[in-house]
Design a protein around this ligand. Sequence first.
Ligand SMILES: *Cc1c(COP(=O)(O)O)cnc(C)c1O
Length: 350
Amino acid sequence: MIPLRNNIASMAGYVPGYQPPDIASWIKLNTNENPYPPSPEVVKAITAELGQDGASLRTYPSASSQTLREIAGDLYGFDPSWVIMANGSDEVLNNLIRAFAAEGEEIGFVHPSYSYYATLAEIQGAKVRTFSLTDDLWIAGFPENYEGKLLFLTTPNSPLGFAFTPGYIEKIAQRCKGMLVVDEAYADFSDSNALDLVRKYENVVITRTLSKSYALAGMRLGLAIARPEVIAALDKIRDHYNLDRLAQAACGAALKDQEYFAECCRKIRATRDWFSGELRKIGYDLIPSQGNFVFAAPPDRNGKRVYDGLYERKILVRYFTDPLLSAGLRISIGTRDEMETTLKAIKEIG
Ligand SMILES: *Cc1c(COP(=O)(O)O)cnc(C)c1O
């Protein structure tokens, strides 16, 4: 027996959405990736960074990603000292737990939401408390004074797609004695976000990712916005070269091309709203979505049956065995063409 820590020996490990090896032969709607390519400026920036012979790769990248902090700070209206760049927002979620929750201390999150928080807590040896949702999608029984070191609030929620209102998030922030991490992986598709709360409350952190709205899941890029004291703490913990050269080049180009970005988000939202309406017409039960996906249950509330039917047709969506979620499917929003094909398949499956 190798001398592992007990919590590592007993944990299962996170299972990400399936990435099929023959990816091009699927309509892939299972991990909320963007169906459009990133901005053409991204390709130019990566090519320029690489140069003819890749000589730039000999040297380490900028350790602080300072230029990117400035670009992101400008974009969201914060001084760069309020911004940290991450190798995917997963990295910054991990570092938040390491910074704020010692072994045996509690972190909280809503169930259902992003299950990776539980994995990160297990690695750290932190305790987990989950909060369920009421029928009208508020947090059930949230304490007047929540003592957990961190509360993760995924908004818009994945897999359900609804967003908490900024007013509600503010009330939650006031009730948290520890940090409130607002995971805004899908905020770019939503009508609201919680950026104002970071200015107002010192315990609020916002995390964002370039994986979904900027179509850069393959580059691993995320960021967090918080008070400089929080950012300084996270800076001590991260890998010192957490963003590689090509990722830094891609990130700057993507954040600067706001016109392309906005058009991409507009198309996805329009397709989402059209697709949601079509599913309702055939009796599907849907929560109105603020993300780039919908959570939808067929009339017989048998998510697995429809998942299997779509799988046979080489359409990959996300099915969760959790009893709270097994009635439905999470379907990422692809191009209009992909969603027309998917709708046709769903009608065939019946
Ligand atoms: C996709 C996702 C992430 C992870 O983003 P990366 O930047 O790809 O690591 C974090 N939180 C939620 C809720 C997500 O859906």
